[in-house]
Design a protein around this ligand. Structure first.
Ligand code: 8YV
Length: 322
């Protein structure tokens, strides 16, 4: 290993992060706003000790196995790590790190924005206004679904799920959740635990998806699970697109089984399923859950903390383990 550790960045990160990175490390190549593709990643990795990536770069088993042996660590600018094959990395002796906690609030804020935005038809109302299509006020125009006081089902009660629940309490929502285990957390004493998804769905006038993507959550929300929701439910996904079978969701939005959906994540990012474009009962954002200046800086600093600890021979603060 060279004296100054060499870091390959799959793309440019916020300037405060780049500044701190370049003061302690040798940056391999010239990162750009657009992320490098697989062959460039492999080429640049030959001259690096660690990789600093985000969730748009996949390191599946095949990719990890062909990474050069000089790569000792990958730190991802994300809390989610479904793009990293943890078992393959561990077999190859590559340490993985991520950025939990610092994006909890920003992501929960966006979940609430998606809930309200979908329920109150905010996007189609705003588009009508901007397109010059608002001709007069009318008592039956842009009628949405009342959010206050409704039952909110949260799928996945980790840090972000809990933060969504606390915010929803401010709207007098009744919180129900499904998680591997019940949680005991401040402000959530009255939240109702369901040990199975089926029971949660039956209660969810609003459903917020906050679980990680894994083999067991891929398409967990599909035609069958959507059928279990109350009629006119509102579905919100700020976790990962592939947890929801998009075709099933689109059918349910068309039939009116689901009244509206608020989505910050999609199955095939950055491509939006063209069928979504025909729907008015949709509130969509381009994966901006963590997109505040403060949060993105903090995420970058967490990646730096992981790198700093690793290269100082200490345990990294946010390891991803099996
Ligand atoms: C990241 C995210 O910013 O942290 C996550 O898991 O989904 C986002 O907030 C994005 O994935 C880029 O890495």
């Amino acid at each position: 290993m060279s004296q100054t550790p060499r870091i390959f960045l799959t793309r440019l990160f916020p300037s405060a992060v780049m500044e701190r990175l370049s003061s302690s490390y040798e940056i391999v190549g010239t990162p750009t706003l657009e992320a490098y593709g697989q062959s460039d990643i492999l080429e640049f990795s030959k001259s690096a000790d660690a990789i600093f990536c985000d969730s748009t770069s996949r390191f599946d088993r095949e990719m990890i196995e062909i990474l050069p042996d000089n790569i000792k660590m990958i730190t991802t600018f994300s809390v989610g790590y479904d793009h990293l094959d943890v078992a393959a990395a561990s077999e190859k002796g590559i340490l993985l790190g991520n950025t939990p906690d610092v994006l909890t609030d920003a992501t929960a804020d966006i979940a609430l924005l998606c809930m309200l935005g979908a329920a109150r038809m905010a996007q189609s109302a705003a588009e009508t206004l901007r397109d010059g299509g608002w001709n007069s006020w009318s008592p039956t125009q842009f009628l949405g679904i009342h959010m206050s006081g409704k039952k909110l089902g949260i799928l996945g009660m980790g840090r972000i799920g809990q933060a969504v629940a606390r915010r929803a309490r401010g709207f007098d929502m009744k919180i129900h959740y499904h998680n591997r285990r019940p949680v005991t957390a401040r402000g959530l004493e009255e939240a109702v635990y369901h040990d199975n998804l089926k029971d949660l769905l039956a209660q969810s006038e609003f459903l917020s998806i906050n679980c990680p993507l894994s083999d067991s959550t891929h398409h967990l929300i599909n035609e069958t699970s959507i059928a279990r929701l109350p009629d006119n439910a509102v579905l919100v996904n700020t976790a990962r697109g592939p947890i929801v079978d998009e075709n099933a969701l689109i059918q349910a939005l068309k039939s009116g089984k689901i009244a509206a959906a608020g989505l910050d994540v999609f199955e095939n990012e950055p491509n939006l399923n063209p069928d979504y474009l025909e729907l008015r009962n949709l509130f969509v954002l381009p994966h901006v859950g963590s997109a505040t200046i403060e949060t993105r800086d903090a995420m970058g600093f967490k990646c730096l903390d992981n790198l700093d600890a690793f290269f100082a021979g200490r345990e990294i603060p946010n390891p991803i383990t099996l």
